[in-house]
Design a protein around this ligand. Sequence first.
Ligand SMILES: *[C@@H]1O[C@H](CO)[C@@H](O)[C@H](O)[C@H]1NC(C)=O
Length: 155
Amino acid sequence: MERWRSWQFALLSLATILPSSSKNVDSFSSDTLINNVVADPRSGRLYVGAVNHLYQLAPDLRIESRTETGPKRDNRQCTPPVTDACEEAVDTDNHNKLMLVQEGRDTLVVCGSVYRGICSLRNLSAVQQLLYFSDSKGREVVRGERRGERLRGWG
Ligand SMILES: *[C@@H]1O[C@H](CO)[C@@H](O)[C@H](O)[C@H]1NC(C)=O
């Protein structure tokens, strides 16, 4: 009997707490299917990897930064970089396959499904900022000065 009483009390407390606290909590919804979500425990930010989109959310789920990651002209038969020479290339949805917060480097590792699963490094506080991307050494985008350090393990 005593246990039931405490449960009732717990439920009552929840019912009174929830409506007031949920007022301040925004919601986030993605237009496309969400593949992965990772958090940065230091900032409380959330990173949402969805089909063709990448979102950076504040702890209250406000969108701080977003970027489009697809669709890309791609075909599995063609070795990246995919150029016009790849006649089979068609607009292909980019599914987010992996995301990883690199705290020490302030970067977010993002791997997609296009170009045979190539990964890129993005700015942890502004994910629209691409720091490093290589499609099989054919093309490279590198920002910042410590190029050698950033490339380690990715070349
Ligand atoms: C990442 O973005 C922040 C905020 O825009 C900026 O201050 C910082 O310099 C950027 N980091 C790199 C490595 O570009």
